[in-house]
Design a protein around this ligand. Structure first.
Ligand code: NAI
Ligand code: NA
Length: 395
């Protein structure tokens, strides 16, 4: 079939298998171009099909020749209906990994559930024996608690006061003023339940209790801080409360791993266009200004550049360069004083009329379409493609 983008707000209902495959190939080529990383050899990535998790899987496999197991929650294609991009990405990843002689298996299902944890535990036992790196990169709006069965929904709200600021509809370029009402009821606890660290710890407990973590194993989860303008809705909001919890959990897990000489870290990453971040009000305007400034300074990075640098310079580069709260910072270039000062200045003047000039709306929009395999260079979108693509290890 011929597949075209069909967008609804900040989601795209279709995705393109060839475009997704090309994105994965481009990321692999990038990692290979940067040379070998003396990193982990047996890697579990939870949230492995898009964004930072996919970049982590690619960096491990093609940077360190690692065997990888990837866990994600995606929709396979059916006749006449494209699958979700994560499914196509994983199909492409496995194809490339197999061609390179690398072990790669994937599990598609709810990572929050006991069933999926059990499947992964069994797969590691059968195939790898142990893992030496666990990347935790889930981004989800909901979580069903595996013990109580209660379904929690996360929200993106400020805490305390109404927050008003500018935002942009990145499809139309229209800049407008929005007001977001503060969290109420159990909003904060619910969001912590979904995006906090409880599930990460459950994963690590499940792996450790079955002796599936190698001596010196490391685990890393991803967090975000961001600028002053998004603080009320991000870091000081409900999602920030969940990130505080995630970051605190790193210390709990680190204690648990002491007996095997293991380590647990949070890496604070840069703001990037992903399915998760497009849904957060105010952030798209910030990202479009940030991209403009960082590109002009020659320091723009995407997910793959971020994770390749995290691995080569921090995790396996001998200098973790932890901040005062014990976190790895690959948002260091985003948070540079000169970058933030310029973004701040632009923020004050941004309007519908000038945004296409002072911001990188085109870059934002392009990245958004790229997430779904559209507008990828070199792909013939007029060609008939087979929408049903299988992940080799999931048949
Ligand atoms: P994403 O939406 O691209 O990736 C999320 C991944 O989680 C996908 O592989 C998806 O299939 C998987 N997933 C979601 N729910 C699942 C479930 N129930 N079971 C199994 N898999 C599930 O998100 P992104 O942006 O890569 O986020 C990953 C982490 O990085 C998050 O913790 C996020 O807060 C953090 N981060 C994101 C930044 C950004 O600007 N996008 C910046 C800094 C950190
Ligand atoms: Na991810």
């Amino acid at each position: 079939m011929i597949i075209e983008p069909r967008t609804r707000g900040f989601i795209c209902l279709t995705s393109h298998p060839v475009g997704c495959e090309q994105n994965v190939i481009n990321q692999i080529e990038y990692v290979k171009s940067k040379g070998k990383i003396e990193g982990a050899k047996k890697v579990l990535v939870i949230g492995a099909s898009t964004g930072f998790g996919l970049a982590s899987r690619i960096s491990s496999a093609f940077g360190s020749d690692a065997a990888t197991i990837g866990v994600f929650f995606d929709k396979p294609a059916t006749e006449g209906r494209p699958g979700s991009p994560g499914f196509y990405n994983t199909a492409a990843f496995e194809k490339q990994a197999i061609a390179a002689g690398l072990y790669a298996k994937s599990i598609n299902g709810d990572a929050f559930s006991n069933e999926i944890k059990e499947q992964v535990v069994n797969l590691i036992k059968e195939d790898l024996g142990q893992v030496d790196l666990v990347i935790y990169s889930l981004a989800s709006p909901v979580r069903t608690h595996p013990v109580t069965g209660k379904r929690y929904k996360s929200v993106l709200k400020p805490i305390g006061d109404v927050f008003s600021n500018k935002t942009v509809d990145f499809h139309t370029g229209k800049v407008s003023e929005i007001s977001i009402n503060p969290a109420e009821g159990e909003d904060v606890e619910n969001t912590i339940n979904v995006m906090g660290g409880e599930d990460w710890k459950m994963w690590m407990d499940a792996l450790q209790s079955e002796n599936l973590l190698a001596e010196g194993a490391t685990t890393v989860a991803y967090s975000y801080i961001g600028p002053e303008v998004t603080k009320p809705v991000y870091r000081n909001g409900t999602i920030g409360a969940a990130k505080d919890h995630l970051e605190a959990t790193a210390f709990t897990i680190a204690d648990d791993l002491k007996s095997i000489g293991g380590k647990a870290f949070v890496s604070v990453n840069k703001a990037l266009v992903t399915q998760a971040s497009s849904a957060i009000p105010v952030i798209p305007l910030y990202i479009s200004l940030l991209y403009k400034v960082m590109k002009a300074k020659g320091i723009h990075e995407g997910c793959i550049e971020q994770i390749q640098r995290l691995y080569s310079e921090r995790l396996f580069g001998g200098d973790l360069a932890l901040d005062e709260k014990g976190r790895i910072r690959v948002d260091d270039w985003e948070m540079r004083e000169d970058v933030q000062a310029e973004v701040n200045k632009l923020w004050k003047t941004a309007t519908t009329e000038n945004l296409s000039e002072i911001g990188d709306l085109e870059g934002y929009s392009n990245d958004f379409y790229n997430l779904f395999g559209f507008k990828v260079d070199g792909v013939d979108y007029d060609a008939d493609v087979n929408e049903v693509v299988n992940v080799p290890s999931i048949q």
